[in-house]
Design a protein around this ligand. Structure first.
Ligand code: SF4
Ligand code: SF4
Ligand code: FES
Length: 264
């Protein structure tokens, strides 16, 4: 079981100017795609902010320094600063990822930031992933559908096989950041596509022995082109997921199960 909470995302895998750690105190030029839907008369534009890099600087630190010292109007979201809340996802040099887990030294001295596509834009780098995630969850019934409708809450906790608990925990690590949806070609074409985050959610509850739903029930919600059959399997979602969730395996598994139901 991997634990991506403990690592900083190595965004500069290739070709984006990472220089391996000798980059302290560079003069950065951070270009941000700016647009405020509340001010439609101002067209979208790139705005470049100069900033002196500091040791261990993350994009969370860099953006806050820009907002404090240069431009209080710049909009972006952070809550936890630790890769847990999922609110800081943005497109960094063309790749959706978490800004709070991205070190500036992993990037070139000049880089670009843009909001996640697909989601409702609040302003600049801030998007409303929560609204979309809630809608997706309501469509899928993304919560535990208890076998016992009124369980006795005073009863001792039910035991679960530790290996099964680990498998469920692995999929529960999703932070609903939206990176997988932002990178997904199908989501661009089908606004109701549930995305890898939704398919992962189904995979998680399929595993849970406390959930009353059957594969026929899941087929009702993901057995179409807005569900698992809309997925083109190009796996951009798997490549960008900042929590390293096993999305490729889970999507393939759910698809096999749903295909067998469609033929039966
Ligand atoms: S599956 Fe990964 S990329 Fe998608 S929302 Fe969850 S954590 Fe983010
Ligand atoms: S594999 Fe499917 S869910 Fe993942 S990015 Fe491609 S189309 Fe989207
Ligand atoms: S601020 Fe919470 S994940 Fe980045």
């Amino acid at each position: 079981m991997s634990d991506a909470n403990s690592k900083i995302i190595p965004i500069a895998k290739a070709g984006n100017g990472g220089d391996g750690g000798s980059a302290a105190h560079r003069q950065l030029k951070i270009s941000v795609l700016r647009y405020n839907p509340q001010e439609p008369s101002q067209p979208p534009r790139m705005q470049t902010y100069p900033l002196e890099e500091a040791d261990g600087m993350t994009l969370f630190i860099a953006l806050n320094e820009i907002r404090e010292k240069q431009d209080p109007s710049l909009q972006f979201d952070f809550v936890c600063r630790a890769g847990i809340c999922g609110s800081c996802a943005m497109v960094i040099n063309g790749r959706p990822t978490l800004a709070c887990r991205t070190l500036t030294k992993s990037l070139g001295a000049e880089f670009t930031l843009a909001p996640l596509p697909f989601f409702e834009l609040i302003g600049d780098l801030s998007v409303n992933t929560g609204k979309w995630m809630r809608g997706m969850s309501e469509r899928l019934g993304g919560w535990l559908h208890m076998k016992e409708p009124n369980p006795d809450l005073r009863r001792a906790e039910q035991k679960m096989d530790p290996d099964l608990a680990d498998k469920i925990y692995e999929l529960d690590r999703c932070v609903e950041c939206g990176c997988c949806v932002a990178a997904c070609g199908t989501a661009r074409m089908r606004k109701d596509f549930v995305g890898a985050v939704g398919l992962n959610r189904v995979a998680r509850f399929r595993l849970d022995p406390r959930d009353a739903r059957t594969d026929d029930d899941y087929y009702e919600v993901i057995g179409d082109d807005d569900g698992v059959f809309g997925c083109m399997s190009l796996l951009a979602c798997h490549d960008v997921c900042p929590k390293d969730l096993p999305l490729a395996t889970q999507i393939a598994f759910v698809r096999r199960k749903m295909v067998s139901l469609g033929w039966s």
